[in-house]
Design a protein around this ligand. Structure first.
Ligand SMILES: [Zn+2]
Length: 280
């Protein structure tokens, strides 16, 4: 196929993939998250765990995946975008967060958007280099290898898992996330419930709010960009940020935090992003 034909084919499968979930998203939008989840997923609280064993990307393709039955901690690119003045400092900070969570399995995955951002952060002059996708995948793997080594150096066990792009719970060509789970409860694993709307997972309970604000912006950019559903979102079928909270008071705070992070996003003011939530 020519490039143009591939693009047409991708747009068609993207549209089909979008349509499959429309009935659920319509119901979620009409009922509101609290009522929708109470009706459709009454046992949602079983999908949260206080301790996690495995760190995986916030990407819906890994967040919705069962990885050896392990409880997962969602973290963009396994921490590759965490703010630090050097790689060494980033490794230490992220290793300590993961040790605190009980994480011993460090994953990386193919087609990682966070790793792509990190690659461009560290090699700003890269341009449209040949084999860029392979280079980014190798970069993602190398980061997770170094992270596992750092955890071991700090006296804790660590192993490595790489998830191939074709083994993710989403098409390799595009992101099919319709929502973001902005998790203020902690340790949300959407693969524990069958049929949940596909979504990025942001671990707001265990990561600093200045940082999760960045993850939220990344998720929104991916969803509305070339690799996401983009133009297919509308005010009738919006991209939904779902705050998950332990109490009504926390829910109110989380929703305001999300609104403030996205305050200058035109898709929010245009109604293509909806902020909703529920207590668990
Ligand atoms: Zn990723």
């Amino acid at each position: 196929m020519t490039n143009e034909n591939i693009e047409l084919h991708d747009n068609k499968s993207k549209k089909l993939s979008f349509e499959i979930e429309n009935a659920d998203i319509k119901e979620l939008t009409t009922l509101g998250a609290a009522e929708y989840f109470k009706r459709e997923f009454p046992d949602l609280n079983h999908s949260f765990s206080e301790k996690q064993k495995c760190v995986c990307c916030m990407d819906e393709g890994t967040a919705h995946k069962d990885i050896n039955g392990e409880v997962k901690f969602a973290f963009a690119g396994s921490g590759i975008l965490f703010p630090a003045s050097s790689e060494e400092e980033r490794l230490k900070k992220v290793a300590n967060i993961l040790i605190e969570r009980g994480v011993t399995n460090i994953t990386s995955h193919g087609g990682c958007g966070a790793a792509g951002l990190a690659y461009h952060r560290d090699f700003p002059d890269v341009g449209a280099k040949e084999n860029l996708a392979e280079k980014i995948e190798a970069y993602a793997k190398a980061w997770s290898d170094k992270l596992a080594d750092k955890i071991k150096e700090l006296g804790h066990p660590a192993e490595r898992t790489h998830i191939m792009a074709e083994d993710m719970e989403r098409p390799t060509e595009f992101h099919n996330a319709r929502v973001v789970y902005f998790d203020g409860v902690g340790g949300f694993n959407p693969n524990k419930e069958i049929g949940l709307p596909m979504g990025f997972v942001i671990e707001r309970a265990y990561l600093p709010s200045e940082y999760t604000a960045e993850e939220l912006k990344v998720a929104v950019n991916i969803a509305f960009g070339h690799h996401g559903f983009g133009e297919l979102f509308s005010s009738d079928l919006p991209f939904i940020i779902i705050a998950l909270a332990k109490s009504g008071e926390e829910l109110y705070k989380l929703k305001n935090e999300i609104l403030s992070v996205l305050s200058d996003n035109e898709n929010l003011s245009g109604g293509k992003i909806k902020v909703d939530g529920l207590t668990v």
